[in-house]
Design a protein around this ligand. Sequence first.
Ligand code: ADQ
Length: 487
Amino acid sequence: DHSPSVASVPADLVIVANRLPVDRITGPDGEPMWRASPGGLVTAIEPVLRANRGVWIGWPGAVTGAVTGGSEAGMEPFEHEGLQLDPIALSAEEIEGFYEGFSNATLWPLYHDVVAKPEFHREWWEAYVAVNRRFAEHAADRAAKNAMVWVHDYQLQLVPQMLRELRPDLRIGFFLHIPFPPAELFQQLPWRRQILEGLLGADLVGFQLPGGAQNFVRLVRQRVGHKTHRDLVYLPDGRTVRAAAFPISIDVDNFEELARKPEVIARAKEIRDALGNPRKVLLGVDRLDYTKGIHARLRAFGELVAAGELDVEEAVFVQVATPSRERVEQYRVLRDDLDRLVGRINGDYGRIGSPAISYLHASYPREEMAALYRAADVMVVTPYRDGMNLVAKEYVACRYNDDGALILSEFAGAAYELRQAWLVNPYDLNGVKDAIREALHADEKDLARRMRTMRKTIKAADITAWARSFLEEMDIVRSAHGKALLP
Ligand code: ADQ
């Protein structure tokens, strides 16, 4: 379904993100093909994209079984299920320096409270600059006069400024999906000033939480020396940049609908049966990442089992951890650590047919995720630091009977809205154990009271509202400084 002629029309809305909403795969005859990789971002942006003849620019990922090798073959703009997609190829060296290196081994740990030690390498930075420039040039080519360009996430922080230099007519927004760190940590970055200036190319810089926006404004004042007032930055050329919080959400109705499907309900029961019908099922679902606090929660659970407070035939922990970024050293180390921890707990306390922890590396379709959420009495979300954490919101969306308990780290962005969860400090193992104990023994009324409030919260702020509020704010910010506007 390639139709480049349609896809090359200048677009009024351009989404620029590291990844396209499709994966590039190799078809049966060795030809490149596209497969949808549905995610929160595509669900959020799809309606706006369709309504505005929008185009999405991004990397389609390495071809399964091989690296793209910078080949441009089959990388021309195309249409996929009504969306205009424009792939950018990355060479093997670029994947290593820009993606695995600077994005995932420098910025990711630095922005997550240095939970792991960030590595600073000049070659990685150079790759980051080069790839950001390619994305910016591509966006400049595709955007119509006065178009709106919405740039996403930590991989592309230089794009706003590069794009503004090429196309001053554009309205540019940026949204950061991960935390923006406090000045004390950000300061470590040898290229801190370049990153701040890169972001200041946008009219609106969005963060998950007000704290991130405040960190940014404070750094701009201290490091770049611009005048600021509250959430506004005043640039010498008369332009203003606004920094504000837009907590991201999920398609709440869609998750609830899934969870109400008879097949999903049946599947949830099947899952409990397969686990030996324990009285309680605890669940963790994460990308296998050292920020997610998987180790802490499994240790806390293991200690409760070891102390005889929980019996493995009464309570089972299901941990789904999808491997990610496996070429980055710290992720391999984490995977081995978790394998050892799970092996030890199951070896010491499991019984034949009843392991204490059911540990799965698989990646599941949405229906299966909904069934897992439905099957779980206690959802355990304990990141050391997380921009938002959609899993917590997905669990709440699926609990339409107002039952089930959510244990949630204070350091997840979601804790800002989901105040009725059992909030924990993941570094405090006794605190996590207390929360697990309380959640397992909570009475129905307490659970219902908490869940009802949390459900109201997420229903009032779903993913469509998130996208709309960001785009509306971009309109306001830009008109406030009197530049060209779309009707
Ligand atoms: P992530 O770090 O990827 O996202 P998260 O917000 O939890 O973390 O989103 C993970 C998504 O992947 C969820 O929608 C979940 O359902 C899905 N998922 C996880 N494991 C899966 C599996 N085994 N099979 C299928 N699906 C699975 C980053 C930031 C977050 C921020 C989001 C959105 O790190 O803090 O919330 O972006 O802005």
